[in-house]
Structures are given as structure tokens and as C-alpha cells.
Design a protein around this ligand. Structure first.
Ligand code: HAM
Length: 401
């Protein structure tokens, strides 16, 4: 019986995994160069961690289940809430700001399509302890640098949820209105506002989401303090970051309180959002002090789809032992010590078949370990150039090193 994998999940073969590891390593390197350190949280959490403030959109998509004791648990749909839970429980006395990063799988019960999976990976950061524009600018710059280093072609939009929240402050179903704005469902928003007798706000929302500068936004809606977002923009400009102000960004998650940003990549079609983030206050909700934070998550699978990265494949040698498996194993160990992967026959194949296998796995060398090994000598064939020569075993290190 053949068993298919569940819908919306993926398998990764070695070539793809090597490419993904190269991308992941580059992301880690850049995050670490900003002083971020890796954290990890469990794959599942108590369901309420996500129902408290993530918003209806996410809650509908949660993989929730009961364990054998009847506890309500959920596979994590994202990592901001888990990281903040961990912060409140275990890190609240650590010196601030805290700079954490993570690379982990997330689960959302969404309608699967290209770029949208039920299990997907996020690379993200949370900067905990500051609500200053400098910290928003830092995380935006970090995400920007990562996508640039991966040669993704993308646009960066920066906004502030406080502005739309202020416009909608007297609307009863504010969170639902924000979700409609996030989906650009103007028809739905019009109906919602009409039902509350506030259809005049539709125009303000539409105009603000079109505004391209703080001056323009200020003219449309003067009743808001733009200084924070102005300062973030100023820092980003000084760093040479290309972005546009976009006050129409509402974000799908409900916990954001200040600056928000999104990045959209070329070449992905409908699922083009490769990064989302912003500032929020979740620590208090999880029983801690009211500590401000800011962060982002990059959709790793989407980035992997469009980025360019150099994949360094480790060199591989195939060791031919001429029927003496123990000898082949000994030589293989010496080669591994030298930093080259060594593969030994486990199929009982003759020399010709071993070489043809070496060819099929694209091996770099064939090392022939015949009886001359007892004299401390093997023959190394470079499978790329065809060059072949006898080498002293002690010199393998130099040859491969
Ligand atoms: P999010 O926008 O929900 O934000 O997700 C971040 C990124 O994950 C998205 O921009 C997208 O690239 C990717 N993503 C989301 N759903 C899927 C899916 N079904 N398949 C493939 N990729 C997907 C967050 O999760 C926030 N926790 C980000 C954050 C961190 N905000 C502050 N700190």
C-alpha cells in the first residue's frame, strides 16, 4: 500500500536540502552579525497561547488537538507568541534588550497552493525591551540585508497600525475591519462600516493606504503622531534602504501596536509576501511586565523559491577495496579525517560497477586501496580530470586538505 504525504506538506531531497541549508546558514550568519542569538521553543503549545491575541484569521487555521489527558494543545502557527511566553517565564530578568532569532517549522491549516503550505518554515527575530524607533529600524534593516544578500528582488513597505486603528477607533468591529484591510477586501470593509453607520471612514482608509509620504498622510488625517514612523524612515534612508511608506498595511495578526512592515518578492505570484513584522506588546498578556518588542518572520519556503545562493557541496571520494572491506574502511577513515566524504561499497560490487556508481553519484575521487596499502600506498584518481597517481597514505591529508 502506498501512502501519500498529507496535503500542503513537502518532502525535501538531498539537493534541495543542501540548498536550504546554505540559505539558512546565510540567514543565521547575518542575524548573528547583529548580535542575535538562537532560541528554540516546543513544536506544540497550550492552545490558549495562540487564541489570546493572534486574531481570528490565525485561530481558524490552527492545528489544535487534545492530548491523552484532555489538554487543549496546538501546533505552533508562528513563533512570536511562543518566544514571548518563553521570555516571560524564563528570561524576564536578563539584561535588555534581548536579541533572539529562530528557524523553525510552523503549521497552519490553509488551502494549499504554490507558496502556501500547511507546514512551512520561518526564520525570524524578536528584539525585546525597546519601543524606540531605533529598534524598529534595526529589525527592518536586518530583514532587508538578509533578502538582499540572497539576491531576492523585492519591495519593502513600512507603515504603522496605530494610524488605521486611530481612524477606526469608534468602530465596534475594529479587529475585523483591520483584517478586511489586510486582505484589501474593500467591499467587505464598506459593508462593515455601513452597518455601523460609519461609511465616511472608508474614504479616509482608502486615501491613507494610497498616501506615499508622511506629509500626504498628515493632510488626509492630521490627528495622529507621525514622529515615530518619521524617525524610522529617516534611519532607513540614512542606511540606503529602499522602501515605501504604506499606511494600508494592517497585518493578519492582531497583536501589532506600532510600526509594521512587509516585503513582497517578484516571481511568486499571489503568495508574494516573503516577510512580515512589526512592534507589539505581548509580554503583559502572558503574565509578565508590559515589555515592548519588535520583530519579523521571513517565509523561508517562499524565499527559497526565488533566491540565489551558492551551494558548497562537500567533496566525495569512493574507496575501492578490491574485495577487502576492512581495508576499504580503514582508508575511508583516513580520507574522512582529511575532510573529504568517503563512501565504501556495501553492495558487494565489482570494481567496474563501483566506478559506475561513483559516476552516478557525481563523486570527485576514486581511491583504490589494493594490497599496496600494506606498504602505505594507495592510488587516487581525480574523476574530473581523469588524472591518476600513487599517493602515500600519510600524504592523503595534504592532497585533500
Ligand atoms: P506572518 O506574516 O503571519 O507573521 O508570517 C510571516 C511569513 O511567513 C509570511 O510573510 C510568509 O512569507 C510566511 N508564511 C505564512 N504563512 C505561510 C504558509 N502557509 N506557507 C508558507 N509561508 C507562509 C508572523 O508569523 C509574525 N510572527 C511575524 C513577526 C515576528 N512579527 C513580529 N515578530
Amino acid at each position: 500500500m502506498r501512502i501519500e504525504r498529507p496535503r500542503g506538506t513537502r518532502d525535501f531531497l538531498p539537493d534541495e536540502m543542501e540548498r536550504r541549508r546554505a540559505i539558512e546558514n546565510l540567514m543565521r550568519r547575518i542575524a548573528e552579525s547583529f548580535g542575535y542569538r538562537e532560541v528554540a521553543t516546543p513544536t506544540f503549545e497550550h492552545l490558549e497561547l495562540f487564541t489570546l491575541k493572534s486574531g481570528e484569521g490565525i485561530v481558524e487555521e490552527i492545528y489544535a488537538f487534545k492530548d491523552k489527558s484532555g489538554r487543549d494543545l496546538a501546533l505552533r502557527p508562528e513563533l512570536t507568541a511562543p518566544v514571548m511566553r518563553m521570555f516571560v517565564n524564563e528570561c524576564s530578568v536578563m539584561p535588555r534588550p534581548l536579541r533572539f532569532y529562530y528557524f523553525a517549522n510552523c503549521f497552519r491549516y490553509e488551502r494549499p497552493q504554490k507558496g502556501r503550505y500547511r507546514e512551512f518554515w520561518q526564520f525570524g527575530v524578536e528584539l525585546i525591551g525597546s519601543d524606540r524607533p531605533e529598534s524598529d529600524a534595526e529589525v527592518i534593516y536586518l530583514a532587508y540585508k538578509i533578502l538582499k544578500a540572497l539576491r531576492v528582488r523585492f519591495t519593502l513597505h513600512v507603515g504603522h497600525v496605530g494610524l488605521l486603528r486611530s481612524v477606526l477607533r469608534d468602530v465596534g468591529e475594529k479587529d475585523r475591519a483591520m483584517r478586511l484591510i489586510d486582505k484589501k477586501d474593500w467591499k467587505g470593509l464598506e459593508e462593515l462600516l455601513k452597518a455601523e453607520g460609519k461609511q465616511h471612514l472608508l474614504d479616509v482608509v482608502l486615501q491613507l493606504s494610497e498616501a506615499e509620504s508622511v506629509e500626504e498622510a498628515r493632510e488626509i488625517y492630521p490627528d495622529f503622531d507621525y514622529s515615530h514612523v518619521e524617525r524610522v524612515a529617516e534611519i532607513l534612508e540614512s542606511l540606503g534602504v529602499e522602501f515605501r511608506l504604506d499606511f494600508g498595511i494592517a497585518r493578519g495578526l492582531d497583536y501589532y501596536t506600532g510600526v509594521v512592515f512587509e516585503m513582497y518578492a517578484e516571481g511568486l505570484g499571489a503568495q508574494k509576501q516573503v516577510c512580515g513584522g512589526g512592534s507589539y506588546r505581548l509580554a503583559k498578556l502572558f503574565g509578565g511586565e508590559d515589555v515592548p518588542s519588535t520583530g519579523f518572520a521571513i517565509g523561508f519556503d517562499r524565499v527559497a523559491e526565488v533566491c540565489e545562493v551558492e551551494v558548497e557541496r562537500p567533496k566525495v571520494a569512493i574507496v575501492v577495496g578490491f574485495g577487502d572491506h576492512k581495508r576499504a574502511m580503514k582508508v575511508a577513515e583516513i580520507i574522512r579525517e582529511a575532510g573529504v566524504a568517503a563512501v565504501v561499497d556495501v553492495m558487494g560490487r565489482n570494481v567496474k560497477k563501483q566506478l559506475s556508481f561513483a559516476n552516478s553519484i557525481n563523486a570527485d575521487y576514486a581511491v583504490f586501496a589494493g594490497e599496496e596499502f600494506d606498504r602505505g600506498v594507495v592510488t587516487v584518481k581525480d574523476l574530473r580530470s581523469g588524472e591518476q597517481r600513487e599517493v602515500k597514505v600519510q600524504e592523503l591529508n595534504e592532497l585533500f586538505g
